[in-house]
Write a protein that binds this ligand. Structure first.
Ligand SMILES: [Zn+2]
Length: 359
């Protein structure tokens, strides 16, 4: 189901056709004056950068084409990162696995990497081995995961952690070669960080709660403490997650961001979800309800990618050292698992990073 990309844009084309017909009829009836400045005046001042659903199309990130490994796993790389010969990294998609639990009609087996209640445990283990093989060339490469709790907790991981029970945390870091650090997402934002000089790596899971708690900013602080990392030697990649286009949130999310970040308000847009005819001809509907007494017609959408980019900048990274691997999980249900787009029944993707042998 590709609900944002294809069906929405076809609806907006249809609506604009219908609006054109309506415009013509109103002009013929001498009513076109109702579209003057007075008619367009809103009964409330917008608090944020306003956007109509059609305008949100512009905010929709175009996903890159995934690489296809020889075992069929499809994954996304950060641009330029393949130049670091010793670095293993990748953002998985839902394609190229063995899971049947979330299969869309006609789809092949899928790459669910989380031990969810819907999927079979052995299948997930096999999928994880496939991902390790695709990224490192060896299915046996140990994978270190955490039990994610939407916190700002970051753990330093080593080889023994791969065999142990996952720690409760939302970030991992290591300077030990030969292991893959992994965070799991299905809408949240994954962030990978590399220290090119010290040869250390980190992976963070940032949903809105972790973002408000500054997991990325404080996680980089931990890298400085643990490895002596200097911000100018760090490179980061922000992976695919839910985009501004699809991420509508409640006022409590705004309140949290506003209380934590001076730039917090700028991360939000206010989306006018009024139907297009009503938006274009507000005076035709004024007799139905007094201004300000209608149903709430706008929703806030938040940009979590930008929020995490701001934290990387605050931690001292240069803008040119931050890669964004584009893709909205909500828009591209064919390519990504999305908690929101699937009504809560979703598999998990993994973002992995590690230190491999020098090539
Ligand atoms: Zn979207």
């Amino acid at each position: 189901m590709d609900f944002c990309m294809s069906s929405d844009s076809s609806i907006s084309i249809r609506v604009s056709d219908e609006l054109r017909v309506l415009d013509t009829k109103l002009r013929e009836a001498g009513l076109a004056r109702s579209r003057g400045p007075a008619a367009r005046q809103s009964n409330r001042t917008p608090r944020f950068a306003p956007a109509s659903p059609e305008e949100l199309d512009r905010l929709r990130p175009e996903s890159a084409e995934p690489a296809i490994a020889s075992n069929g796993v499809q994954w996304l790389a950060a641009s330029g990162w393949k130049r670091l010969g010793w670095l293993w990294h990748g953002f998985s998609t839902r394609r190229g696995g063995l899971s049947r639990a979330y299969r869309q009609d006609g789809a092949q087996g899928e790459l669910n990497l989380g031990f969810t209640s819907e999927d079979d445990r052995d299948t997930v283990i096999a999928n994880r081995r496939r991902l390790a093989e695709a990224i490192t060339g060896c299915a046996d490469t140990p994978l270190v995961t955490v039990r994610q709790i939407h916190s700002k907790l970051v753990v330093r991981a080593g080889r023994q952690a791969a065999a142990a029970k996952p720690a409760r945390a939302d970030g991992l870091m290591t300077d030990e070669p030969g292991i893959l650090l992994a965070v799991m997402t299905a809408d949240c934002i994954p962030v990978l960080v590399v220290d090119r000089k010290c040869k250390a790596v980190a992976a963070f899971h940032a949903g809105w709660r972790g973002t408000v708690q500054r997991i990325v900013e404080s996680g980089i602080g931990r890298m400085q403490l643990e490895f002596g990392s200097r911000p100018e030697d760090l490179t980061a990649a922000i992976g695919p997650g839910i985009g501004t286009c699809c991420y509508s949130v409640g006022d409590e999310v705004l309140a949290e961001f506003e209380s934590q970040f001076e730039y917090g308000r700028g991360l939000f847009v206010e989306v006018d979800e009024t139907d297009p005819v009503r938006r274009r001809y507000p005076t035709m509907f004024l007799n139905q309800r007094a201004p300000g007494h209608g149903p709430k017609e706008t929703r806030l959408h938040v940009n979590l990618v930008e929020a995490n980019r701001r934290q990387l900048l605050a931690a001292g990274l240069q803008p040119r050292s931050i890669r964004i691997v584009p893709g909205c999980t909500g828009c591209r249900a064919d390519l990504f698992f999305s908690h929101r787009a699937s009504g809560g029944r979703a598999g998990r993707m993994m973002s992995v990073i590690g230190i491999g042998p020098e090539r």
